[in-house]
Ligand binder design. Structure first.
Ligand code: ASN
Ligand code: ZN
Length: 354
């Protein structure tokens, strides 16, 4: 019997009741969305149950099934069954996140699934036990999310957008995951996570990335402490990430060397007037807050995404990124455009100049 695509109801943990695209089988429903992507392991975008298989040798398990098309209880996973309503909630988070990520990339950027060729991907929920991480695995072009211990279940929209963005990087620039290129790889995922957050928060449709809706903090929702994983607007708030480029940036963990580029992107989109106490006006080339007017999420992401997918190479560093992001802005908006000037100022503000 051919699977019928239907819209179910998910009780998500971070976004209330959400519509989710599922399939009707002979006996019930499954978390297979065969409207988004083709091929891959399941022939469509899917959520599976890793059921605590170890993160260092994970088994994605089978697609989630249910007797009705209402899923999850909206509560954080409490360590019990991975298949009852409480266990399904992580799967609801994952499917809603994936649907929005897929739609944002396709409708706004014209990019199909993670590889641009519309290859279907999947997320395996409940990997490992009380696991405080989520990750992308290029060998399966898929993602795994843990239940968290010091975090809540790792299924917030920015985390899923982050992991899926690793898949885009892997099939395009393939930025080496160490040194400055590794920082740019991580920053691209933080940027993607935030832009998808803005997209999802505004209804998850339309051909532009909305100007507002994201919080410029990675993982705020999954945090039990109230502290996000990373602050894009001021990376040094984490105590480890620098706010500006220096020659020693390349020695840091990639989740810290991402900081300056995250801040560059924040300035590019939002301008710097939101942070007037910053030392950047005096220290670097930006002369005044008014000089650093942002160009908004949509244009910033178009410029960045074009650079990642058509110009960056595996060894692109901060200086190379600057020249390529500037070239993208010039190609998209013109050589002397305000968008191109904003790119120059945003990089100058993190100590990366011509
Ligand atoms: N959640 C982490 C990330 O996507 C996993 C890792 O360290 N690669 O960056
Ligand atoms: Zn990452």
């Amino acid at each position: 019997q051919a699977l019928k695509t239907v819209v179910g109801t998910g009780n998500s943990q971070y976004n209330g009741q959400v519509p989710i695209q599922t399939s009707q089988t002979g006996s019930g429903y499954q978390m297979l969305d065969n409207t988004r992507g083709t091929g891959g392991k399941f022939g469509g975008m899917a959520i599976t149950n890793a059921n605590h298989s170890p993160a260092n040798n994970p088994d994605p398990g089978a697609i989630y099934v249910n007797g009705t098309n209402v899923w999850g209880d909206g509560q954080n996973y409490n360590g019990g069954s991975t298949t009852n309503a409480n266990g399904q909630t992580a799967a609801v988070n994952a499917l809603w996140g994936l649907m929005n990520t897929y739609d944002g990339l396709k409708n706004a950027l014209g990019w199909h699934s993670l590889d641009g060729n519309n290859t279907a991907t999947y997320i395996a929920a409940h990997v490992d036990t009380a696991y405080d991480n989520a990750f992308y695995d290029d060998s399966c072009k898929c993602m795994y999310i843990g239940d968290g211990s010091s975090f809540y279940s790792l299924g917030s929209i920015d985390v899923i957008g982050h992991e899926m963005s690793h898949g885009v990087t892997a099939s395009t620039a393939d930025l080496v995951y160490s040194g400055e290129s590794g920082g740019l790889n991580e920053s691209n995922s933080d940027i993607g996570g935030e832009m998808i957050e803005a997209y999802a928060r505004n209804g998850g449709s339309g051909a532009v990335i909305p100007a507002t809706g994201n919080d410029w903090m990675m993982g705020k929702e999954i945090s039990k402490s109230g502290q996000p994983l990373r602050w894009m607007y001021k990376p040094s708030k984490d105590g480890s990430s620098p706010d500006a480029w220096s020659s020693t940036l390349k020695y840091l963990d990639v989740h810290y060397s991402s900081g300056p580029n995250n801040r560059m992107y924040y300035f590019l989109s939002q301008g710097s007037s939101a942070d007037p106490a910053s030392d950047y006006y005096s220290k670097y080339l930006v002369k005044s807050p008014a000089a650093m007017t942002g160009i908004g999420n949509d244009k910033a992401y178009r410029i960045w995404f074009k650079s990642l997918t058509t110009k960056f190479t595996s060894t692109t560093n901060y200086a190379d990124a600057r020249s390529k992001v500037l070239a993208s802005a010039q190609e998209l908006y013109g050589a002397g455009s305000k968008e191109a000037i904003a790119v120059q100022r945003a990089y100058a503000a993190i100590n990366v100049g011509a």
